[in-house]
Design a binder for this molecule. Structure first.
Ligand code: G1P
Length: 289
């Protein structure tokens, strides 16, 4: 079955980036020349998704404005004959159809997904988390879709992390059934490192089937007093097979200060306009070889 919809939860407060995020959503922080959320939306578009469902919260309207048609801005750019900029601005509003639903209370990722039940309906869908940027030759979402087309079951993207990082992630235990692909046996949200031998962390890309909604409705609060998607997925794994896929690509945690700087440097170095100058600056002026 063809997957058409992507859910992107953007209701989080962004406390790790205060005070920068006091008045602007963390998803609107810029990496080189685009807000983080635009990289995410471009990834799903490049993977053939046709509709984005954003789960928003208060103070997040700048995200919806960013992807909306801006009559005023386009008219001014036209009058000033700024054709390249005009094209760039038009491209954003034409990227994809975006719908949104509000998560009225901060009850966790599982609850955010549950808020999309009516908009998703009875079909499999993708979930992409805005903090996780993945730079890959085949978009990470597309990689998961390829695995879904083989197994027709839910899939989570995973990535090996160090022992010290385990407590920051959902962790998957599983049996490797073919290269990069695991049959999930256990999932834990942010476990203590000594409670698992696995180092496979869930990175913010999932393919889910609509039966997850009934499970989420019955999932008790878990880690941090929130309704965890990981707990609901573990219940799903008890009922039927689910898979984890170790994707190819470089992942950046854009929701963390250091990860954000790493992403900024990586994308700046790749940027056609400023890349060579950034490289020269790092090499010569900062003496970074
Ligand atoms: C969420 C998920 C977690 C996952 C992480 C990836 O946690 O609950 O399982 O490993 O995203 O970024 P959060 O970072 O929102 O606390």
């Amino acid at each position: 079955m063809r997957i058409r919809k992507a859910v992107i939860p953007v209701a989080g407060l962004g406390t790790r980036f205060l005070p920068a995020t006091k008045a602007i959503p963390k998803e609107m922080l810029t990496i080189v020349d685009r807000p983080t959320i635009q990289y995410i939306v471009e990834e799903v578009v490049a993977s053939g998704i046709e509709q984005v469902i954003m789960v928003t919260g208060s103070g997040k309207s700048a995200i919806e404005d960013h992807f909306d048609y801006s009559y005023e801005l386009e008219t001014i750019l036209e009058q000033r004959k700024k054709w390249t900029l005009l094209e760039e601005v038009k491209k954003i509003s034409n990227l994809i159809e975006i719908t949104s639903v509000r998560q009225k209370r901060p009850l966790g990722l599982g609850h955010a997904i549950l808020c999309t039940k009516d908009l998703v309906g009875n079909e499999p869908f993708v979930v992409v988390l805005g903090d996780d940027l993945v730079d890959a030759s085949i978009p990470c979402t597309q990689q998961l879709l390829n695995v879904f087309n083989e197994f027709h079951r839910p899939i989570v993207a995973v990535y090996p992390v160090s022992k010290e990082e385990i407590h920051n992630y959902g962790i998957v235990e599983g049996e490797e059934i073919k290269e990069q692909t695991y049959r999930v046996t256990k999932m834990m949200e942010k476990p203590a490192p000594e409670t698992t031998d696995s180092n496979l962390a869930i990175i913010g890309r999932y393919i889910l089937t609509p039966d997850i909604f009934t499970i989420l409705e019955n999932t008790p609060t878990g880690h941090g007093g929130e309704i965890q998607l990981t707990d609901a997925l573990m219940e799903l794994a008890r009922q039927n097979q689910i898979y984890a896929y170790r994707f190819a690509g470089r992942r950046y945690d854009a929701g963390d200060k250091f990860g954000y700087i790493q992403a900024t440097l990586a994308y700046a170095l790749k940027h056609p306009e400023i890349g060579p100058r950034v490289r020269e600056y790092l090499q010569k002026e900062l003496c970074l070889g």
